[in-house]
Design a protein around this ligand. Structure first.
Ligand code: HEC
Length: 309
């Protein structure tokens, strides 16, 4: 005991005389602490990186696919006749709003509807005058419904007729806004001209991209099948003159059969047939031997291919 006490006293005396000695005594502990901090840092390097990235909310990506629209004629509307809200327009607007818009903008117009969760930017609070991009005038709102707003969840509602869109516009302005800006006649005339309102238009038929992809793939698969069937047939007919000639003048059978399948130009007239084959010899999978064929062989080949393709 006494020994330890003495040692401590000695150490204290030494530290007093030479303060640097303190570091020598504490050095192992300092080292251990540094190593532990280092290990902790390395183990959590992922979090460190994440925490350094600035917080930011990406714009909500919207999968915009086309709706099924049957081709139809949009009846012309006279915007000057419809520029004042009427009970009939407001009633129609209210029904359309509930069906198409309330899920995001809420029945109250204030935003925060059930489908608005997590949308960035958030659906506009239609009862406030703040932050509007196209504006609260009739032409502003009509433009929004025609074009949608780029980069967010507000899509184009151009599948509604102009009259339906004007009704919604009146409903928003009557129900949700105080003193909405009034359009000048010039603004209404410009809107009329921009979207051909008084001329009426034809809305072309459209189908969702997802379905059109399926149709294209289906058709492609059918064509591939057709090509393979034809090649098989030519193979089976190897002993026939026509088949022999075809094999003689073709380097790439798939290409040649698909070129023939995809075109009708060659079918009705033998000189068209000769042109068709000799013009794009290489692109269509044929080879230079086509130039050796004599008239009789051309006729044979023409009749044979007309038969099987
Ligand atoms: C899927 C959610 C959603 C639906 C449904 C929706 N909106 Fe929107 N709407 C938005 C979002 C999000 C914005 C904000 C867009 C922005 O600021 O980029 C917006 C903005 C607007 C604006 C403000 C335009 C401006 O000038 O800033 C109007 C007006 C509007 N919507 C009307 C409608 C009407 C009318 C309907 C129904 C026909 C509708 N919205 C349906 C999400 C929606």
């Amino acid at each position: 005991m006494i020994d330890i006490k003495r040692k401590i006293e000695e150490a204290k005396a030494e530290i007093k005389q030479n303060p640097g000695a303190l570091f020598g005594i504490l050095y192992p502990y300092v080292l251990i602490v540094i190593v532990i901090i280092g290990l902790y840092y390395v183990a959590n390097i992922g979090n460190v990186a994440v925490n350094k990235a600035p917080a930011y909310v990406p714009d909500t990506p919207v999968q915009k696919d086309l709706q099924i629209v049957e081709s139809r004629i949009v009846p012309p509307v006279d915007i000057f006749d419809l520029k004042e809200p009427t009970d009939e327009l407001n009633q129609l607007g209210k029904e359309l709003y509930s069906a198409n818009c309330a899920s995001c903008h809420n029945e109250t117009g204030a935003g925060g509807g059930p489908a608005s969760m997590g949308l960035n930017p958030a659906p506009r609070n239609l009862t406030s005058a703040d932050g509007w991009k196209n504006g609260r005038s009739i032409s502003g709102i009509y433009t929004t419904l025609e074009e949608g707003i780029e980069g967010g969840a507000m899509i184009s509602y151009n599948f509604l007729t102009p009259k339906e869109r004007i009704s919604i516009t009146h409903y928003l302005r009557t129900e949700f806004m105080q003193d909405p800006p009034v359009d000048s006649d010039n603004e209404l005339a410009a809107l009329n001209q921009l979207y051909n309102l008084s001329a009426g238009t034809e809305i072309p038929a459209q189908i969702p991209l997802s379905s059109s992809k399926e149709i294209i793939l289906f058709e492609a698969a059918q064509i591939t099948q057709e090509i393979e069937k034809t090649i098989d047939l030519i193979d089976k007919n190897r002993t026939k003159q026509g088949s022999k000639l075809f094999i003689y003048i073709v380097d790439n059978r798939k290409l040649a059969v698909s070129a023939l399948l995809n075109s009708d130009i060659w079918r009705n007239d033998i000189s068209n047939f000769v042109n068709f084959i000799t013009i794009n010899v290489n692109q269509n999978g044929f080879n230079g031997r086509v130039f050796n064929l004599i008239d009789k062989e051309w006729t044979l080949l023409y009749n044979y291919l007309n038969d099987i393709i």
